[in-house]
Ligand binder design. Sequence first.
Ligand code: UD1
Ligand code: UDP
Length: 383
Amino acid sequence: MDLLTCCVVGTRPEAIKMAPVIMELRKECGMHPYVLATGQHAEMLRQSLSFFQILPDADLAIMRDRQSLDYITASVLSGVGEALDKVRPDLVLVHGDTSTTFASALAAFYRRIPVGHVEAGLRSGNLYLPFPEEANRLLVDRISTLLFAPTEWAKNNLLAEGYDASKIWVTGNTVIDALLWGIEKVKSPNLPELKQIPETDRILLLTAHRRESWGEPLYAICRALRQILAEEDGLWAVIPVHKNPAVREIMAKELYGMSKVILCEPLDYPDFIWAMKRSTLILSDSGGIQEEATAIKKPVLVLREVTERPEALNSGTAILVGHDTEKIVTESLRLLRSNEAYEELIERSGYPFGTGDAAKRIATAIKEAVQKGYLRDAFGRRD
Ligand code: UD1
Ligand code: UDP
């Protein structure tokens, strides 16, 4: 078999979650991964890829300050389209639900190149939450040939929408592969501010970046954090602030200069893994962090109204708290103060997102799809 697979990455989570797949395809004889970065994220993409020693074969470097959805979609569509015309891959792999994911899948579809969707089938059930990610997932699944669902629940979503079972593989989530690969390499943090936290003190780790969190919800989160810190002794807040100015302006205004608050640049993946492991409690609106926290058995309060990852709520360590200051404070203090409540959450959680072999399963599924002629048949005869 000789298969040229174009793996597209644009943002931090795509880099982290596609890295295990790229590494696995590199190991497989006859599967040639070509890494195409759209550069929807700049520093955050480079930072994440470099930990996995992945240097893109091409980088479209499209990022602009305060870029609009229209701008990202249009520039990725034309940039990836041109790249595909040059590279002529047999398969395009995209990950998740970003604008890069959607526009790259569309560019491949327009060229009748089969698309494999990593992390297919996630649904919040509300087209506008998260926005625009829920729509991106639906659209990408619709134009994909191979669907790599991380869990049975995701597979069932696809089946309920009428997708052909033979094109769906349940693989686990590749973020667990990345986490387990990385965790072995992390002994202590690199960032000096993290080293200064006394070993006897506890850490609350906070991240927020979703569009739904911009404006008033972020103020509500910051108010909650101030209250929690005021009520708990020996508690530090580590807050790696997303590069998005819509997030940075509010976080800096509300939290800068507070004692026991480490407001820092986005952490590189090893330092972030260290921070997750070392933290007592995580507060986040991130998708990937819900999965990672579950795998390392850390409670995570999800700062969202809905989640497309109910497994993290049902058999993980996540609790949905939304953006309500009161609720965030109450739930945080309950877990910080009651060993019983804390242990109960940890004990009920399993490994709903897999145990770290998702990339291998995806590589095996691709080989199976090639053997069964799914790529050849995706658009009828290809010229
Ligand atoms: C994007 C994704 C979101 C994903 C998130 C992961 C879309 C529409 N949104 O949101 O689904 O959860 O990435 O983090 O695809 N910036 C920098 N440097 C960087 C990255 C971002 O300066 O390395 C700034 C730029 O001003 C940029 C802005 O952040 O314009 C927003 O970036 P963008 O990718 O549009 O949105 P995110 O909020 O990062
Ligand atoms: N992450 C990181 N450094 C940080 C914050 C997050 O490396 O400072 C990692 C985190 O471990 C996870 C991924 O970034 O794997 C999640 O990305 P993000 O929250 O930006 O996006 P989402 O998952 O919500 O799409």
